[in-house]
Design a binder for this molecule. Structure first.
Ligand code: PHE
Length: 329
């Protein structure tokens, strides 16, 4: 009986088989309880010896059961529990930067390599920094509540990153060379190239003898670094209260290769920035002497740069927060 039990215990493949051995030998109707009932019929002189063999046998069975139980616990119970190396790994979905942030960082790094320092200003601005100090006439349409978000206390959501020019010059002596990326707000009707809030990166360089040629060259370098040598740039005369002369700065449309598409409204060009030579009145407003100092400023639209970079046909995709869209960057 012992060798039979030993073979069964060694072969037991799961916990149920081990339990069956226990039932067969040690259970209430098993072999050992039955043997113990027969002890009464054993001759008195043999009882001691028989009892010893009985105990020894029962202990051995118990030891076999314990061993089989331990063996099964150490190994995976069934094939279903084993590691399946052919399964694909679990995908770890990890957050990443928004395309607008990627492009803003890229611009800031590019200008940093050209000697600009990154600066920042508040999104809630006062009228002085956003308009007055920037030489904006009292009746300029951009001051209208139809165009600008006003708070009850008279402050506003900044409409441009240009107030950072003023804040920087107020707190630093010339020369200055900064870029200021950030969010701006306008009461525009959203369409493929306009949003009620968007991002700009402002640039300001003030030094002795700065000329329009310096402005043109830094913008040309920026365009080439961003989009390669094929992109064309175009400066058009324009007006801004805080620059004189002022230009608007277009890139040839990368979406259609200049042939015409909905993004460039079939013109082959896309408006990327405003720029110009800092108006002497602005320099006076911050206490710089315009006889000594001159400079240029520019404000680039980051969403439009991102549209060209990633061939996004509509700016509104950037703000719908659809992960299927955002995952692509
Ligand atoms: N602030 C202007 C705008 O928002 C852009 C600009 C910046 C123009 C600096 C000239 C100089 O359109």
């Amino acid at each position: 009986a012992l060798s039979e039990a030993s073979a069964q215990a060694a072969a037991a493949g799961d916990a149920a088989a081990v339990e069956q051995i226990r039932i067969d030998y040690l259970g209430r109707n098993g072999l050992f309880p039955a043997l113990s009932k027969e002890m009464g019929s054993v001759a008195p002189e043999e009882r001691k010896e028989t009892g010893r063999a009985f105990n020894e046998g029962r202990n051995k069975i118990q030891a076999m059961i314990d061993e089989a139980t331990a063996r099964l616990a150490a190994a995976p119970e069934t094939a279903a529990d084993a590691i399946d190396l052919s399964l694909p790994g679990r995908r770890w979905s990890c957050g990443h930067k928004h395309p607008v942030t990627i492009v803003a960082d890229e611009c800031a790094n590019l200008f940093r390599r050209m000697g600009f320092i990154v600066s920042e200003g508040p999104e809630i601005e006062d009228i002085f920094h956003n308009f007055d100090a920037l030489n904006t006439p009292m009746d300029h349409p951009s001051r209208d509540p139809q165009d600008t978000f006003y708070f009850d206390d008279g402050r506003i959501l900044r409409t441009q990153t240009s107030p950072v020019q003023i804040r920087t010059m107020e707190s630093h002596e010339p020369p200055v060379r900064i870029v200021a990326p950030g969010r701006v707000f306008r009461r525009d009707t959203p369409d493929a190239t306009h949003g009620m809030n968007f991002h700009q990166i402002e640039g300001l360089y003030i030094d002795r003898n700065v000329s329009m040629a310096d402005l043109k060259s830094v913008l040309r370098t920026f365009a080439t670094e961003m989009y390669g040598p094929k992109v064309k740039i175009r400066l058009r005369p324009h007006f801004f209260p805080f620059t004189e002369p002022s230009v608007e700065y277009d890139f040839s449309c990368i979406m259609c290769g200049g042939k015409g598409c909905p993004v460039c409204k079939n013109s082959g060009w896309i408006e990327i920035a405003g720029a110009g030579m800092v108006d002497p009145n602005v320099l006076k407003n911050v206490g710089y002497d315009p006889e000594i100092w001159s400079g240029y400023a520019f404000g680039l639209g980051i969403e439009r740069l991102a549209m060209l970079r990633y061939r996004i046909p509509d700016l509104r995709y950037l703000y719908e927060n659809d992960v299927r869209f955002l995952e692509q960057f």
